[in-house]
Design a protein around this ligand. Structure first.
Ligand SMILES: [Zn+2]
Length: 188
């Protein structure tokens, strides 16, 4: 299997170029045909007859990332999505002070009515928010902050040619980039 004519191993070796140092136990990567998320389960191939189509999924406790095989035809999308999934593990291990600080950044954006995102996942999570969610820390809000974090990383460390996913105003992008660049000692 390969990405745009290169073997997958060649491409994965390049994946780490430009990423910050992230320490942690191995995370396994699985490539499967057509993926759908249905009631907390990931269905693939012939079983993927219901639920929402997804490009990838992460299983934090199993330390496993599953990506859809069609992504291997597009190195830019694959990088963007793999960084997003990798940063789900980083968010999990980030620690409360950093999580709170990122949460405040996102809360400010929502409170002043900033529109736009740095990816599809945070856009979907934001569309599920209800009035008052940004005043508390319920599951919808937590999910939105987490997806915003992973989309921010995917933009910052991913392939910036995927501008179609970017609708956040430039100044806000710069704020998020500054925040992310200041993070050191990342674990996954
Ligand atoms: Zn995500």
């Amino acid at each position: 299997m390969g990405v745009e004519g290169q073997p997958l191993s060649f491409w994965l070796a390049r994946f780490f170029i430009g990423l910050p140092e992230i320490v942690g136990s191995p995370i396994y990567l699985e490539v499967l045909p057509e993926l759908r998320a249905y009631r907390g389960e990931l269905l693939s191939g012939e079983r993927a007859t219901r639920g929402n189509a997804v490009h990838a999924a992460s299983f934090l406790r199993e330390r496993r990332i599953v990506v859809e095989d069609a992504l291997l035809n597009n190195a830019a999308s694959l990088r963007y999505i793999l960084v997003h999934e990798l940063f789900h593990f980083v968010w999990w291990r980030l620690g409360n002070p950093s999580r709170r600080s990122f949460d405040m950044l996102i809360r400010k954006e929502v409170r002043v009515g900033i529109r736009g995102e740095l990816g599809e996942s945070s856009g979907v999570a934001k569309s599920k928010l209800q009035a008052g969610d940004c005043e508390g820390s319920g599951p919808r809000w937590k999910n939105y902050v987490c997806e915003s974090f992973c989309d921010t990383a995917a933009w910052f460390y991913g392939d910036r040619t995927i501008t179609a996913l970017v609708s956040l105003p430039r100044r806000r992008i710069a704020n998020r980039e500054l925040w992310l660049a200041a993070q050191t000692g990342l674990r996954a």
